[in-house]
Each structure stands twice: as structure tokens, then as C-alpha cells.
Design a protein around this ligand. Structure first.
Ligand code: ZN
Length: 179
């Protein structure tokens, strides 16, 4: 129970900055929050795999304030036609990933994670997703302590969304809890 109380206290503290369509996740064992802005979410929801013919889609997430207690994701990129896509697989185009990071960086935005869709109601990242997230983190500047992987399911209003964090020092893979 102690943890639950702490979680809600940490969320309530930042209530003022939130809008109703934003979604908020609490980082594990930390008084820190991830805020997904409504515009970012609306973009992602367009690619929900609600039809059997829909392929996986994905891209990157960007924030201005990566060292603070509230990480606000305010920009999103992808998917692109040159990504490698099927119903159960998504691999981004590497050149495009780098180009997007550079153009966002010039606007003061830093990559904080990847997002992608799954053709399942309760989205759960695969072992490959974890490997991908860890590989990205290894290649980033050592100032990055973690990197996120978002997985969007195909059911729910708003659609179910899972958020996992890969931590560099602990080699851990932990789920963020939606408040
Ligand atoms: Zn996946």
C-alpha cells in the first residue's frame, strides 16, 4: 500500500500541467512521471491495428526536458513507407531515424524512446522489442540512463498502451504504471 500512496502523491503534484486527453505513467521506484501529450497520442492512435490487414507501425518519441522529474513527450515521428513492416513486425528505416533525431535536436528535442503497434488487445513488448530498446540505449550518449518502448494495442478507448523502460546501469526492463 505504501507504494501506491507514494505513486499517487507523485502524480498529484504535477496535476496542474496536465490536459484531459494526456496520458500519464509513473516511473518505477521514482518520483517521476511520463506525460504523453494528446497530439502525440492522437497521431499514434491513427495506426492502431484494428483490421486484419493493418501492419505494425512505429517511430520515435521526443521530449525537451529529459533530465527533469516530469518527462513530457511532445513530438512523435514515423511510420515511414521505407520502414520494414508486416502484420507482426516493424523495423524502422535507420537513415530516417537518424535524420529525425537530427532535425528534432535542432529544435531542442531529444529522443526518449520508440513506439510501435501490436495486433493484440493487451499489448506486450516482445523479446525482440526489449533487445531493440536496449540496442538503442547502448548507442546513445552515456548521459542517457534509460530508454522507453511503447506498445499500442488494438482495443480500448483510448487504445491500451504499455510502456517499458530499459535502464542502462541495472540492465532492467520495467513497466511504467498508468495512473
Ligand atoms: Zn513489438
Amino acid at each position: 500500500m505504501g507504494d501506491i500512496t507514494k505513486k499517487y502523491r507523485c502524480c498529484d503534484h504535477y496535476e496542474a500541467i496536465l490536459k484531459i486527453e494526456d496520458r500519464v505513467f509513473c516511473f518505477p521506484q521514482a518520483e517521476a512521471l511520463l506525460v504523453l501529450r494528446s497530439a502525440v497520442l492522437e497521431h499514434m492512435y491513427k495506426y492502431t491495428q484494428s483490421q486484419p490487414s493493418d501492419n505494425e507501425a512505429g517511430g520515435q518519441l521526443f521530449s525537451r526536458n529529459i533530465s527533469e522529474n516530469v518527462i513530457v513527450v511532445e513530438e512523435i515521428t514515423g511510420p515511414y513507407k521505407k520502414d520494414d513492416q508486416s502484420r507482426t513486425h516493424w523495423k524502422p528505416n535507420k537513415k530516417q531515424l537518424i535524420a529525425d533525431r537530427e532535425s528534432m535536436f535542432s529544435k531542442g528535442l531529444h529522443v526518449v524512446g520508440l513506439w510501435h503497434t501490436h495486433p493484440e488487445p493487451i499489448p506486450h513488448p516482445s523479446f525482440i522489442d526489449r533487445d531493440t530498446c536496449e540496442a538503442h540505449l547502448r548507442l546513445l550518449d552515456s548521459a542517457y540512463t534509460g530508454f522507453l518502448m511503447l506498445t499500442l494495442g488494438n482495443v480500448g478507448a483510448p487504445p491500451n498502451l504499455s510502456v517499458y523502460l530499459s535502464m542502462r546501469n541495472e540492465h532492467s526492463w520495467k513497466e511504467l504504471i498508468e495512473r
